[in-house]
Design a protein around this ligand. Structure first.
Ligand code: FES
Length: 166
Protein backbone atom coordinates (compact mmCIF):
# COMPACT_ATOMS: atom_id res chain seq x y z
CA UNK A 1 0.00 0.00 0.00
CA UNK A 2 2.25 2.82 -1.21
CA UNK A 3 -0.28 5.05 -2.90
CA UNK A 4 -0.77 8.37 -1.16
CA UNK A 5 -4.38 8.86 -0.16
CA UNK A 6 -5.17 12.45 0.67
CA UNK A 7 -8.95 12.42 0.79
CA UNK A 8 -11.24 10.38 3.00
CA UNK A 9 -10.15 7.55 5.21
CA UNK A 10 -10.72 4.17 3.63
CA UNK A 11 -11.55 1.88 6.54
CA UNK A 12 -10.89 -1.22 4.46
CA UNK A 13 -7.28 -0.02 4.02
CA UNK A 14 -7.00 0.65 7.75
CA UNK A 15 -8.39 -2.79 8.46
CA UNK A 16 -5.85 -4.38 6.13
CA UNK A 17 -3.09 -2.64 8.06
CA UNK A 18 -4.50 -3.94 11.36
CA UNK A 19 -4.83 -7.41 9.87
CA UNK A 20 -1.16 -7.36 8.78
CA UNK A 21 -0.29 -6.91 12.46
CA UNK A 22 -2.80 -9.54 13.64
CA UNK A 23 -4.74 -6.82 15.47
CA UNK A 24 -2.01 -7.05 18.08
CA UNK A 25 -1.84 -3.98 20.26
CA UNK A 26 1.92 -4.44 20.75
CA UNK A 27 2.36 -3.22 17.18
CA UNK A 28 0.44 0.00 17.66
CA UNK A 29 3.37 2.24 16.70
CA UNK A 30 4.05 0.23 13.55
CA UNK A 31 0.33 0.38 12.68
CA UNK A 32 0.34 4.15 13.09
CA UNK A 33 3.48 4.44 10.95
CA UNK A 34 1.73 2.50 8.17
CA UNK A 35 -1.37 4.69 8.38
CA UNK A 36 0.79 7.81 8.25
CA UNK A 37 2.61 6.41 5.21
CA UNK A 38 -0.71 6.18 3.39
CA UNK A 39 -2.30 9.49 4.45
CA UNK A 40 0.83 11.56 5.23
CA UNK A 41 -0.69 12.17 8.67
CA UNK A 42 -2.90 10.38 11.18
CA UNK A 43 -6.55 11.18 10.47
CA UNK A 44 -8.70 11.23 13.58
CA UNK A 45 -11.15 8.68 12.12
CA UNK A 46 -8.25 6.26 11.57
CA UNK A 47 -7.05 6.59 15.17
CA UNK A 48 -10.59 6.06 16.46
CA UNK A 49 -11.00 3.01 14.23
CA UNK A 50 -7.79 1.47 15.53
CA UNK A 51 -8.81 2.18 19.12
CA UNK A 52 -12.16 0.50 18.59
CA UNK A 53 -10.95 -2.54 16.64
CA UNK A 54 -7.78 -3.63 18.40
CA UNK A 55 -8.27 -5.53 21.65
CA UNK A 56 -6.84 -3.78 24.66
CA UNK A 57 -6.79 -0.34 23.03
CA UNK A 58 -9.16 2.59 23.09
CA UNK A 59 -9.34 5.70 20.92
CA UNK A 60 -7.90 7.68 23.84
CA UNK A 61 -4.90 5.34 24.13
CA UNK A 62 -4.20 5.55 20.41
CA UNK A 63 -4.49 9.33 20.48
CA UNK A 64 -2.18 9.46 23.51
CA UNK A 65 0.52 7.46 21.70
CA UNK A 66 0.10 9.47 18.49
CA UNK A 67 0.57 12.76 20.32
CA UNK A 68 3.49 11.48 22.41
CA UNK A 69 5.80 10.69 19.49
CA UNK A 70 7.13 13.58 17.40
CA UNK A 71 7.23 11.33 14.31
CA UNK A 72 3.45 11.40 14.08
CA UNK A 73 1.53 14.28 12.59
CA UNK A 74 -2.13 14.92 13.37
CA UNK A 75 -2.32 17.48 10.60
CA UNK A 76 -2.03 16.72 6.90
CA UNK A 77 1.50 17.30 5.62
CA UNK A 78 2.14 19.35 2.53
CA UNK A 79 3.26 18.05 -0.84
CA UNK A 80 6.54 19.77 0.08
CA UNK A 81 7.67 18.95 3.61
CA UNK A 82 10.08 21.62 4.75
CA UNK A 83 12.32 20.81 7.68
CA UNK A 84 14.30 23.61 9.26
CA UNK A 85 17.08 22.60 11.59
CA UNK A 86 17.22 24.57 14.80
CA UNK A 87 19.98 22.55 16.43
CA UNK A 88 22.77 24.51 18.12
CA UNK A 89 25.00 25.03 15.05
CA UNK A 90 22.09 26.05 12.84
CA UNK A 91 20.56 28.26 15.51
CA UNK A 92 23.83 30.11 16.07
CA UNK A 93 24.27 30.61 12.33
CA UNK A 94 20.81 32.03 11.73
CA UNK A 95 18.08 29.40 11.49
CA UNK A 96 15.50 31.76 13.04
CA UNK A 97 15.54 34.36 10.24
CA UNK A 98 15.21 31.47 7.77
CA UNK A 99 12.27 30.07 9.72
CA UNK A 100 10.59 33.47 9.89
CA UNK A 101 11.06 33.98 6.16
CA UNK A 102 9.32 30.65 5.51
CA UNK A 103 6.46 31.48 7.87
CA UNK A 104 5.98 34.86 6.18
CA UNK A 105 6.15 33.47 2.69
CA UNK A 106 3.64 30.72 3.48
CA UNK A 107 1.43 32.93 5.67
CA UNK A 108 1.63 30.50 8.55
CA UNK A 109 -0.02 31.69 11.72
CA UNK A 110 1.33 30.83 15.17
CA UNK A 111 1.05 27.05 15.64
CA UNK A 112 0.03 26.41 12.02
CA UNK A 113 2.31 23.91 10.30
CA UNK A 114 0.66 23.40 6.91
CA UNK A 115 -0.13 26.29 4.60
CA UNK A 116 -3.52 27.11 3.14
CA UNK A 117 -4.04 24.81 0.16
CA UNK A 118 -1.79 22.13 1.62
CA UNK A 119 1.20 22.60 -0.68
CA UNK A 120 3.82 23.18 2.02
CA UNK A 121 4.25 22.03 5.59
CA UNK A 122 6.89 23.17 8.01
CA UNK A 123 8.64 21.29 10.76
CA UNK A 124 11.40 22.42 13.09
CA UNK A 125 13.90 19.68 13.80
CA UNK A 126 17.00 19.36 15.90
CA UNK A 127 20.34 18.41 14.36
CA UNK A 128 20.16 16.93 10.87
CA UNK A 129 23.76 15.76 11.10
CA UNK A 130 25.08 18.33 8.67
CA UNK A 131 26.27 21.00 11.11
CA UNK A 132 29.15 22.03 8.83
CA UNK A 133 26.53 23.25 6.35
CA UNK A 134 24.52 25.24 8.91
CA UNK A 135 21.94 26.59 8.75
CA UNK A 136 20.36 23.68 6.95
CA UNK A 137 16.89 23.09 5.50
CA UNK A 138 15.52 19.97 3.88
CA UNK A 139 12.62 20.02 1.44
CA UNK A 140 11.34 16.51 0.92
CA UNK A 141 14.67 14.68 0.53
CA UNK A 142 16.74 17.55 -0.82
CA UNK A 143 19.22 19.24 1.52
CA UNK A 144 19.70 23.00 1.24
CA UNK A 145 22.92 24.15 2.95
CA UNK A 146 23.89 27.58 4.34
CA UNK A 147 20.40 28.96 4.07
CA UNK A 148 19.56 32.62 4.38
CA UNK A 149 16.14 34.21 4.45
CA UNK A 150 16.67 35.47 0.87
CA UNK A 151 17.82 32.08 -0.39
CA UNK A 152 14.87 30.19 1.10
CA UNK A 153 12.45 32.81 -0.23
CA UNK A 154 13.85 32.32 -3.73
CA UNK A 155 13.56 28.53 -3.41
CA UNK A 156 9.94 28.79 -2.28
CA UNK A 157 9.15 31.27 -5.06
CA UNK A 158 10.53 28.80 -7.59
CA UNK A 159 8.50 25.91 -6.18
CA UNK A 160 5.35 28.04 -6.08
CA UNK A 161 5.88 29.06 -9.69
CA UNK A 162 6.34 25.43 -10.70
CA UNK A 163 3.09 24.61 -8.94
CA UNK A 164 1.31 27.56 -10.54
CA UNK A 165 0.48 29.27 -7.25
CA UNK A 166 2.83 32.27 -7.51
S1 FES B 1 22.58 21.67 14.17
FE1 FES B 1 21.66 21.83 12.24
S2 FES B 1 22.57 20.21 11.15
FE2 FES B 1 23.43 20.02 13.11
Amino acid sequence: MTEIATSKVNFRDIDNILKSFDYNKSYLIAMLQKVQEVYRYLPEEAMTYIGEHVDGLSPATVYGVATFYAQFSLEPKGKYEIKVCDGTACHVRGSMPVLNAIRNKLNLKEGQTTCEGGLFSLEIVSCLGACGLAPVCVINDKVYPQMTSDAISTILDTLMKEEGVA
